[in-house]
Design a protein around this ligand. Structure first.
Ligand SMILES: Cc1ncc(CN)c(N)n1
Length: 216
């Protein structure tokens, strides 16, 4: 069993909860209100800025030149592709993506940044991995059925597409390589970060579903 298998299995219950969430079932059957999707797109634009910063820190702390190149490319290229899609979706939904990050967005990005700065490279990678991997698995699972709503179909095609899957495979491969040299205590820390950010992934969809705002 590879370390990435162990990681995936450790948060498989969270992934199952993600798949069952009404935001995703609504995306698939087309019943998700555009207001909730617009909320998601706006918050995700904020999220991606924080995520890109976290990947850039990871690139700077990477153990090999190839890893630095990989995460720097992901910080620039992958994020640009997602932001481009958000710009198109926002125009179709006629939403303005300005405003401030909501509570869940801020908590999630703050956790990512704290971990990539304060933990080891492996811990940082464990924290960013659910962002890659859960979206790839969700995209892959939803691709065949897609959605009757063309905006949701566009979103599913992005994450279910080969390009995104290849990006994710590369990041998972680095995790497996790095894990070979980790002491058991550090593996446990990686698993803990991975589970926490998997939970944040569920919370991010839930926040959009609830149209979350700051309570005061
Ligand atoms: C919250 C979140 N998580 C993951 C992804 C996919 N990079 C995303 N765009 N937004």
């Amino acid at each position: 069993m590879t370390f990435s298998d162990e990681l995936w299995d450790s948060a498989a219950d969270v992934y199952d909860a993600v798949r069952a969430h009404p935001f995703l079932t609504g995306l698939t059957d087309g019943t998700l209100p555009h207001e909730a999707f617009g909320h998601f797109v706006t918050q995700d634009s904020h999220y991606l800025r924080g995520y890109a910063r976290a990947l850039a820190v990871l690139a700077a702390r990477a153990p090999t030149e190839d890893d630095t190149t990989l995460f720097a490319q992901h910080a620039a290229g992958a994020i640009a592709a997602e932001q481009e899609m958000h710009a198109e979706l926002s125009a179709s939904l006629r939403i303005d993506r300005s405003g401030t990050p909501g509570p869940t967005t801020l908590a999630y990005t703050s956790y990512l940044l704290a971990t990539v700065h304060g933990g080891s490279f492996a811990e940082g990678l464990g924290a960013v991995l659910p962002c890659y991997w859960i979206y790839a698995r969700v995209g892959e699972a939803l691709l065949a059925g897609s959605s009757p709503d063309p905006l949701y179909a566009r979103w599913i095609a992005m994450y279910g597409g080969d390009e995104f899957q290849a990006v994710v495979d590369a990041a998972v491969g680095v995790m497996d390589r790095v894990a070979a040299d980790l002491a058991p205590v550090e593996r446990e820390r990686v698993l803990a970060h991975y589970r926490t950010t998997s939970r944040y992934e569920w919370m991010f969809w839930d926040a959009a579903w609830r149209l979350e705002t700051w309570p005061v």
